[in-house]
Design a protein around this ligand. Structure first.
Ligand code: SIN
Length: 308
């Protein structure tokens, strides 16, 4: 019998697949759906201090090999998600509360609010939304990440991780990993969408905000996601777990993320298209690959990518 159990910091999970923030996690109804599904846990939509409408529509489009979006962080505000999470038991397992400040001050306000609430589970700090008009992705500013995390860890003592944008240069992996290794992070989640792609149909862009520029997700980005998972697996200290996100549509994709070093695997575009029933399928497909290869648990192959 194959076992899909995994751990992340002090927490353990029955399985290894869950939603990616932004997909099927906007409100109580969607979060309840995830809790009723085979997803092993869930992450909320990234919360800002105040509720946000997000960018003008159309702002999401499914395209042949994935999706393009410029949602602009529509969310119900931190208080809504904290209220919800206060009803969920955090024990051996934990949900993830995703947050993102529109400024450094707002990030601190969010984290202090979490710290003074009764929620004591995992927190994901999103440093990588590419769709905020006029705001850069902090994950690409190594010094900015260093400064922010220095301030955060001066007071924040709950299990915290960061959601990163994709990197494309080995020097950039070295630089950001060196910064991240200085902090008691529980995890890094890699990758967010590939920012500012352009999808064209006939002569026209596919989404309205930013004249069509948006984050690319789905199968287009799997090789980039796997490269980021493995590059961080090679560089981060072992106490920082890796969550792999990007291009997961099948059990084989989950297998590849784990082979590259992921402890949990998140699903975005394919969950949007298929709904929460996808988790049953992914689990069954992963189990059948493991059985065929004679692997009994994820540790049998996690990070054990073969090189030529
Ligand atoms: C969005 O709401 O624009 C997407 C969130 C993200 O990519 O972090």
């Amino acid at each position: 019998m194959t076992r899909l159990q995994t751990t992340l910091g002090q927490f353990s999970f029955d399985s290894c697949v869950m939603n990616a923030s932004g997909v099927h996690c906007y409100d109580r109804t969607e979060l309840d759906d995830l809790r009723a599904s085979k997803a092993t846990t869930f992450v909320t939509k990234s919360a800002t201090l105040n509720p946000r409408e997000g960018n003008p529509t159309p702002r999401y489009k499914a395209v042949p090999l994935g999706s393009i979006n410029s949602m602009g962080l529509p969310n119900l505000g931190i208080d809504y998600y904290l209220d919800y999470l206060e009803t969920v038991e955090v024990g051996e397992s934990s949900p993830f509360l995703s947050v993102t400040g529109l400024s450094r001050e707002e990030t601190h306000t969010l984290l202090r609010k979490i710290q003074s609430s009764s929620y004591n589970g995992l927190v994901e700090l999103n440093l990588s939304c590419p769709n905020l008009i006029g705001k850069p992705q902090l994950g690409y500013d190594t010094e900015g990440v260093n400064d922010l995390l220095t301030e955060v860890f001066a007071y924040f003592d709950q299990p915290l991780g960061v959601k990163l944008p994709p990197y494309f240069d080995l020097t950039h992996f070295d630089q950001i990993a060196e910064v991240l290794n200085q902090f008691p992070l529980t995890f890094v989640n890699t990758v967010n969408s590939i920012g500012n792609a352009l999808y064209i149909e006939d002569e026209t862009v596919a989404i309205k905000p930013k004249n069509g520029f948006g984050g690319l997700g789905g199968s287009y980005i799997k090789p980039t996601a796997l490269a980021n998972v493995h590059a961080f697996y090679q560089r981060l200290k072992p106490s920082i777990a890796i969550i792999g996100t990007g291009g997961v549509t099948s059990g084989r994709d989950v297998f590849e993320h784990i082979l590259c070093g992921a402890r949990l695997v998140q699903v975005g575009t394919a969950l949007q298209e298929e709904g929460p029933a996808i988790f049953d399928r992914l689990e069954a497909e992963l189990r059948s690959i493991m059985a065929e290869k004679g692997y009994e648990c994820l540790d049998d192959f996690r990070g054990k990518l073969h090189y030529l």
